[in-house]
Write a protein that binds this ligand. Structure first.
Ligand SMILES: [Zn+2]
Ligand SMILES: [Zn+2]
Length: 822
């Protein structure tokens, strides 16, 4: 009888061996094709959670598989080490952020190593080390030379709980992305990256990202928010010209009032000393307290106030009243809006509330709208009416015609507007990358010269200081000399948004020890782009947009050849338990450390890959973990038990049983190969389980002496290799037990006999609510579960089920799956 499977013992043994022999370290090799597999690096909280394990297990299967396919595979790991939690720990517990962070990194590295991921640890980076952040400062200065960095006083998002400003991307439905507090508006001078300069580029290149989930691309597209329309110049009574953006210049004749955002800089000037002054000031104060979500909601009543002034409609010369409205933002367009109540929903509601005339200028076909009696806005197309010479024209044509008229009179032009705003990067916090700028009384704002980088983050800072930023509390840091005139000067005391650190770390991995530049361009050109990037969907806008922006600038600087950093993107789903996201407050957290101690890392990895396709949510199940552990035990026994039969090398002719097992082996190899390519790890694992079952069946049907040792050896080897990307420790142990010298990592991925692997294929019809949405070619003898899994992960059908409740799934095996949604 074979000895017992003891994951604890064998996992330690192999992790030690792999590390000592440095088997996962890679070098640039022009003779070999490369693959760069990357998982988003973690924030070093000190605790590895199941989401991490899932992320890294997925990456490791892809990395190991590609290595065995003969690629030169880079899979690195590092830490996104700056950020608020370290600083909060300093404030609450009196531990210095550096000490807290270093201890957490230490702990996490240890935990990561127990997972047995094939990382090249020689490239490990941590963004809070001067060797790294120095180059973030260098990039800041280079971007500045290119005119892509500027400082400006403006209304910014302020989180009083985090005591810092936030970028637009970091405000989610009016709340702080980090702490969930209500975000306020504040006027401050801040540093910005001119991401809007790349708006068109970032949008256009989404089209070439074929390996990205549609969902992420749509989110970025919407965030960039390109719209074509016209810029129209309205004139105020005092002659001041106010440009406004509209996508509907064809409705201009129906503009009966004019709106300003309450934050608009002109507002105070307009009302100063007038009788409307008090009402306007009261209104501004009220709006400042409203959340952005309230202000944009169509459910909540919109408010406004008359300013007491008028603007001139440029097409008909009519005097129209100016209001402030809470639904108009400084952030969108110019902070001023031409209001056309007959043809815009919110303008309509606003006009009715404040008794402003509603003039119909577009008549839909077959209807007769009346501005006095209509009950809602008409936003569609139709015939232009009440529009001077344009009356009778098709509204679609009118868009162009009206803009041309304005253009001819110098009162407007065709234009493209973006929703995207420049990226606010300064933060009033300590634990971040210092902004390399000094302020000199005689020279003004002066960049630190690159030879003097890094501007090192000082150690002795009062974290509770009531200064604008904790760095301002350290006179030794603040007081410096001007790089230009050598006179006394003061340093910038803001640090950079930590998202700047994560916008280029994937480049740094190519040459982590480079000390003359952010990275070695030759190494970057070898490894980039990242062939497979894996991370959470929550980064769809922030990190994934910023990283694309950085890469484009760096490409424009001639430092790297790629313009897009991530060739393929996989966004993994959340790990949940009892139907909810794991969280300490809900008490449903499963600690990976406990699972690894009890069952081993191989079981943890296997379960997490088996329980659900990677992009779907994964429901934690203790029984599922047990099941995977039992499976590995079965693999262990069947291989070691058959080892005895390997001796039976008599070249008997295959009987029916042998034929069947051999057939199953080739079929399984094909299935696992195809499934890994498509990231269907769960079905790959279940195919392996079936092969193990077939192996047991064969052993039962044949007397020991009659078993084909040749075949059993083949099946055992095959099984181990197919399993090795998922469960590398047990694989290497069994590989050694059957007499092999090297790690499975150095083996070639098994090939299969096409004729033997060929299974009958059928077309699976995927329906959503009875309508055919996809046709997928599948193997004929798939189980009901498997068919459903495949249907539910169809991207085409997913477009119709996205965000809707699945009521039931009706499956006719061998034919169709109908997903019923509400
Ligand atoms: Zn906050
Ligand atoms: Zn100076």
């Amino acid at each position: 009888m074979a000895e017992e499977y003891q994951p604890k013992v064998i996992e330690k043994k192999w992790q030690k061996k792999w590390e000592e022999e440095n088997i996962y370290q890679v070098f640039e090799d022009e003779q070999k094709k490369k693959k760069y597999i990357l998982e988003m690096f973690p924030y070093p909280s000190g605790e590895l959670h199941m989401g991490h394990v899932r992320n890294y297990a997925i990456g490791d299967v892809i990395a190991r598989y590609n290595s065995m396919q003969g690629f030169n595979v880079l899979q690195p790991m590092g830490y996104d080490a700056f950020g608020m939690p370290a600083e909060n720990a300093a404030i609450e517990r009196g531990i210095h952020p550096k000490i807290w962070t270093d201890a957490n990194i230490e702990a996490m590295r240890k935990q990561l190593k127990t997972l047995g991921i094939s990382y090249d640890w020689s490239r490990e980076i941590s963004t809070c080390e001067p060797e790294y952040y120095r180059w973030g400062q260098w990039l800041f200065l280079k971007f500045m030379e290119k005119g892509l960095v500027y400082r400006k006083k403006s209304q910014v998002n302020w989180c009083s709980s985090c005591v810092t400003v936030l970028a637009n991307e970091q405000v989610k439905a009016g709340l702080c992305w980090r702490c969930g507090s209500k975000v306020e508006s504040k006027e401050l001078a801040q540093w910005f990256f001119r991401i809007t300069e790349y708006a068109e580029d970032l949008l256009k290149d989404l089209k070439i990202l074929e390996g990205w989930p549609e969902r992420v691309k749509i989110m970025q597209e919407n965030w960039i928010g390109r719209s074509e329309g016209a810029m129209v110049n309205f004139e105020l009574e005092d002659g001041e010209k106010i440009p406004v953006f509209t996508t509907r210049p064809d409705t201009l004749f129906g503009c009966t009032f004019f709106l300003f955002a309450s934050e608009h800089p002109l507002v105070d000037k307009m009302v100063s000393g007038t009788e409307q002054e008090k009402a306007v000031r009261d209104f501004k104060r009220k709006v400042a307290e409203e959340t952005e979500i309230d202000r944009t909601s169509t459910e909540i009543e919109k408010n406004g106030v008359f300013v007491g002034k008028y603007a001139i409609n440029p097409v008909n010369g009519e005097k129209i009243p100016i209001y402030l409205a809470d639904y108009v933002f400084m952030g969108y367009g110019t902070g001023a809006v031409m209001a056309v109540p007959a043809h815009d929903e919110r303008d309509f509601v606003f006009a009715r509330k404040y008794g402003i005339p509603v003039t119909v200028v577009i008549q839909p076909e077959g209807q007769k709208l009346d501005g006095a009696t209509m009950e809602e806005a008409y936003i569609g197309e139709g015939k232009m009416v009440n529009s001077g010479d344009f009356s009778g024209m098709d509204s679609k044509e009118g868009v162009r015609a009206v803009t041309n008229l304005l253009k001819g009179q110098g009162k407007g032009d065709f234009t493209i507007n973006y929703r995207l705003r420049d990226w606010l990067v300064s933060r009033q916090r300590y634990w971040g990358n210092p902004i390399p700028i000094v302020y000199c009384d005689s020279c003004g704002t002066v960049p630190v010269s690159v030879e003097d980088l890094p501007v090192v983050l000082p150690q002795n800072v009062d974290f509770k200081a009531k200064t604008v930023s904790p760095l301002a509390s350290d006179p030794e840091f603040v007081n410096t000399t001007c790089p230009k005139c050598s006179g006394a000067a003061k340093r910038e005391t803001d640090t950079m948004d930590t998202f700047t650190c994560s916008s280029w770390y994937f480049l740094r991995y190519s040459s982590a020890y480079e000390d003359k530049a952010p990275f070695d361009s030759k190494a970057v050109d070898y490894w980039m782009p990242v062939d497979q990037y894996i991370g959470g969907i929550e980064h769809a806008i922030m990190h994934l947009l910023y990283a694309r922006f950085f890469t484009k600038i760096i490409n424009d600087m001639g430092l790297c050849k790629v313009r897009e950093p991530f060739h393929n993107l996989l966004t993994q789903g959340m790990v949940i338990k009892d139907g909810a996201k794991m969280s300490k407050s809900k008490g449903n957290v499963v600690d990976p450390g406990n699972i690894i101690t009890r069952y081993g890392a191989d079981t943890a990895r296997l379960f997490i890959l088996f329980a659900s396709p990677p992009e779907k949510e994964l429901e934690w199940s203790d029984q599922g973990v047990e099941g995977c552990y039992r499976f590995l035990n079965r693999v262990w026994r069947v291989v070691l038990e058959n080892k005895q039969s390997f001796k039976n090398q008599s070249s008997q002719v295959d009987g029916e049983e042998e034929k069947q097992l051999r057939h199953q082996m080739h079929k399984t190899t094909k299935k696992v190969t195809d499934d890994i390519e498509r990231f269907n790890f769960n079905t790959a694992i279940s195919a392996t389980m079936e092969l193990v079952n077939a192996n047991y069946r064969y052993n039962e049907s044949r007397a020991k002496s009659q078993r084909s040792g040749v075949l059993l050896r083949e099946v055992a080897e095959r099984l181990i290799l197919l399993l090795s990307p998922f469960a590398p420790h047990i694989s290497d142990e069994l590989w050694e037990a059957i007499g092999k010298k090297e790690s499975t990592f150095f083996e070639r991925w098994p090939s299969y006999d096409k004729a033997l692997a060929k299974a009958e294929e059928i077309t699976l019809i995927v329906q959503v609510n009875g309508k055919v949405r996809d046709r997928i070619s599948v193997v004929a003898d798939m189980s009901r579960d498997e068919l459903e899994r495949i249907a539910l992960s169809s991207e085409k059908a997913g477009k119709y089920t996205e965000g809707r409740n699945i009521i039931k799934v009706i499956t006719v095996p061998g034919k169709l799956v109908n997903i019923v949604v509400k």
